[in-house]
Design a protein around this ligand. Structure first.
Ligand code: ATP
Ligand code: MG
Length: 785
């Protein structure tokens, strides 16, 4: 067995070996918090202070949970499956599946992701004839989620004005709709599980007796409800071991509450507060950059980070004329990192503030033939064709799931028009049942078509009864007509491949979860070796309120198969952050939002789109604490990098179908000049004519490192755009002083020109909008005669 504690510094050692008391490890990025948490679990087990089933560990992403399990099994020869390791949502889902009846849910309840939730809300409002201009569905969604995250049911929401009253009324109607359809949204998973434990004393006592070790990573991002859930599990006698970093709190917009750290300290009487100040992740320049940035925030608990790693390479900054050009530069750099630097693609990450930014970068990577994987964003499970197939699967499990029903009742088209669907929805409302159950009430041609859809679902359900999960998925894709539909579609090839990939994902799922490959998708298999015990209250006889005695409880966690493979797979599809998408396993450059990068680390990191309005995001400017949160987000982004950090921005960018003209992010003014290296001239505010920076020779030292094996001599810096310091761009056809017209800004006069070819840009003094720099390849200026 490896010596678990050998490589820890004294503070880390102290944290890992703390007595079984509440503890808070407060420390900056890369200081080993996650490592300490994992090592502590291993140490507790190794020393016999805990057994695997007594461990509950909360991570921030599914990816982190998987990583934790594989690192634990590498440290100790134990079966990690007895432990509960996962995200708040994942763990709550698991508990609700095991006790669905006590929680008031059908065994096959489905999870609505954020998009499903919105369409469910829209459907509700339409049915109730609510004016969606006065009450925008998105606002209602926010209202509901916010209330749930505060732990509030409709009756508990304080509705002081008529506007709120309407929202509360709609919240109530939405709850009824979800209950009728047997679906839960993300915050409902948490609230329902919290209420389950809060209202069911025997169950609570059971889990309190079981989870003696509760460990929470990224504690700064827990919201009020999650914290309350943890408190219920901890009860009077279990110690919570929490690790976190107030500077990395980036979910305040979703109700995360840094105050939980202070509450935790106070309420649990935490005597063990440990700070870690040594950073093991990043080279010096990168860390200095992060430290300088976060120092601009005023509300901090205060801590420092140092490193022994040496300065390393400076942080490289690049200004592009357009987003296309920015992407081109990134791809060139990536190529150099791989070819000359010897980096694996997966050691390189490209980060952005908003999902919409990934499209251009993806496009450029595709053209360059570099494999990449997008985390978050349009996740594999969110693609149209995949959601269609999942909807059929959901209907087999739960015909009352109206969201799934509405999605595929006429897809592929089977002559069921919008009017028929409306008729059906009306009937469902009238009789207080699901759409599927209301079909017999619809007469005429519409009724016939609907009837044959119901028959199709019934047929699929019967035929797949004994099939394994992958077989079921394959069957559904075929018999639903989806594969034929996409075969006949002009650009359906990609979609067909994704559907095939869904079958692969199902295969991977059953083997990873330890189901046999031939386990029927809808059977609950008991663990070999586990006592064949009845499920907890949820599977007890119809209608009975089950009184449980803690001692007599069979622990569902000893037997993870209280979920059928199909239910497990559907939950996985809703909860998964896109980690098992197409090309899983392929060595690929990692693309993700900064939010999704939390807790991860990469050798080289690109932070892109560093423009005012984008990062910091324009929405943050209107909120009091918004800017500080954006800065923490930037701090998270910077501290993902181990050896190489690149920052870039573009003067113009196509986003949501519009060209935006941007100035560089204010964060640049908060970073120390000594750690940065501008690859393009740094233009001081108020002047565009900065000196040319010295590009010669950068990167060679780093690539020459022996462990990279890169032939340093071959390395060439990526070509840089030629920004000539000249007042006239020869090939643009424009000249200084010319009167021009721009579709958005109107009329103006050119005051300066620079660059050439695709990089050419002009400064124009507009009559109404003042002076702006425009990329000529994008701006399409017209000369006014
Ligand atoms: P974040 O705040 O970003 O989540 P963290 O505090 O959780 O960071 P870790 O991810 O646990 O930090 O550790 C950062 C890196 O430093 C990891 O690669 C980890 O293996 C390494 N590391 C941590 N402690 C040590 C140590 N004592 N010796 C060597 N490497 C270490
Ligand atoms: Mg961590």
């Amino acid at each position: 067995m490896p010596e678990l504690l050998a490589n820890l510094n004294p503070e880390q050692y102290a944290a890992v070996t703390l007595p079984n008391e509440p503890a808070l490890i407060l420390a900056g990025a890369g200081s080993g918090k996650t490592r300490v948490l994992i090592t502590r679990i291993a140490w507790l087990i190794q020393q016999g202070f805990a057994s695997p089933p007594t461990v509950l560990a909360v991570t921030f992403t599914n990816k982190a949970a998987r990583e934790m399990m594989s690192r634990l099994s590498a440290l100790l020869p134990i079966d990690t499956r007895g432990m509960w390791i996962g995200t708040f949502h994942g763990l709550c889902n698991r508990m609700l599946r095991a006790h669905h009846r006590d929680a008031g849910l059908p065994a096959t309840f489905q999870i609505l992701d954020t998009a499903d939730q919105l369409s469910s809300i829209k459907r509700l409002m339409k049915g109730l004839n609510v004016d969606d201009e006065k009450y925008p569905p998105k606002n209602l969604q926010y209202f509901i989620n916010n209330a749930k995250e505060q732990g509030l049911r409709p009756d508990q929401v304080d509705a002081s004005d008529s506007f709120n009253l309407k929202f509360v009324e709609l919240y109530r109607a939405y709850e009824q709709q979800c209950q009728r359809e047997g679906v839960v949204d993300f915050p409902e998973l948490l609230l329902r599980c919290y209420e389950l434990l809060a209202h069911n004393a025997p169950l609570r006592a059971h889990y309190q007796a079981r989870f003696r070790q509760i460990l929470v990573d990224e504690f700064q991002d827990t919201n009020k409800l999650q914290y309350a859930w943890l408190k219920l599990l901890a009860g009077q006698s279990n110690a919570i071991f929490a690790v976190g970093d107030d500077d990395q709190s980036i979910y305040a917009f979703r109700g995360a509450n840094v105050g939980n750290m202070l509450d935790f300290e106070r309420e649990f009487n935490v005597r063990n507060l440990i700070k870690l100040e040594q950073n093991y992740r990043s080279h010096g320049y990168i860390l200095d950059t992060a430290n300088a940035l976060i120092a601009h925030n005023s509300r901090r608990l205060g801590k420092n980070l140092r490193t022994d790693a040496g300065h390393g390479e400076p942080v490289r900054v690049y200004e592009a004329a357009t987003d296309m050009q920015e992407a081109g530069w990134i791809v060139e750099e990536i190529r150099a990192l791989i070819n000359n630097g010897g980096l694996a693609r997966s050691e390189i990450a490209v980060l952005y503030r908003s999902n919409a930014q990934s499209r251009t970068i993806e496009h450029t990577l595709v053209n360059a033939g570099i494999a990449y994987r997008v985390y978050g964003g349009l996740r594999f499970f969110e693609r149209q064709e995949v959601k269609h197939a999942l909807a059929y699967l959901r209907l087999i499990d739960n015909p009352n799931d109206d969201t799934a029903f509405a999605r595929v009742v006429n897809f592929p088209t089977r002559g069921i028009g919008a009017r028929s669907i409306e008729q059906l929805a009306d009937a469902a409302r009238l009789y207080g049942c699901s759409m599927a159950a209301a079909i017999p009430y619809v007469t005429g041609k519409a009724g016939t078509s609907l009837g044959s859809f119901a028959n199709l679902i019934a047929k699929i359900r019967a035929e797949t009864e004994r099939m394994s999960l992958p077989e079921t998925v394959e069957y559904v894709v075929r018999v639903s007509g989806l594969s034929e539909f996409y075969q006949n579609e002009r650009e359906g090839q990609d979609r067909l491949e994704n559907l095939q990939e869904l079958v692969n994902a199902a295969t991977a799922f059953v083997s990873e979860e330890g189901y046999g490959l031939d386990t029927p998708a809808r059977s609950i298999r008991l663990n070999p070796g586990a006592t064949a015990a009845p499920e907890l209250g949820s599977s007890a006889d119809e209608g009975d309120t089950v009184v449980l005695e803690a001692a007599s409880l069979t622990d569902p966690a000893q037997n993870p198969d209280t979920m059928t493979p199909l239910a497990g797979f559907l939950s996985h599809a809703s909860l998964e952050a896109g980690e098992n998408q197409a090309q899983a396993g392929q060595e690929a450059v990692q693309l993700m939002t900064v939010h999704a990068a939390k807790g991860l680390e990469f050798t080289a990191v690109f932070i892109t789109g560093l423009e005012e309005g984008l990062f910091p995001h324009e929405n943050s400017a209107t909120e009091a604490d918004g800017l500080e949160e954006e800065r923490r987000l930037m701090y998270v982004a910077i501290t993902r990098a181990k050896e190489r950090l690149y920052l870039s921005f573009a003067q113009s960018r196509m986003l949501h179908g519009q060209t935006r003209y941007n100035v560089r992010s204010r964060f640049f003014d908060e970073l120390p000049e000594t750690t940065l290296k501008w690859l393009t001239p740094k233009v001081e505010a108020g002047s565009r004519w900065g000196g040319r920076s010295d590009n010669a020779g950068w990167g060679r030292d780093w690539f020459a490192r022996p462990d990279r094996g890169g032939p340093a001599a071959n390395f060439e810096a990526a070509p840089l755009p030629a920004f000539a310091n000249e007042q006239r761009a020869a090939d643009t056809g424009f000249r200084v002083g010319q009167q021009v017209f721009h579709t958005k800004f109107g009329e103006g006069a050119i005051t300066a020109l620079e660059g050439s070819g695709a990089d050419a840009r002009a400064q124009v003094r507009f009559k109404r909008h003042g002076e702006k720099w425009l990329a000529l390849s994008v701006a399409k200026l017209q000369v006014v005669e």
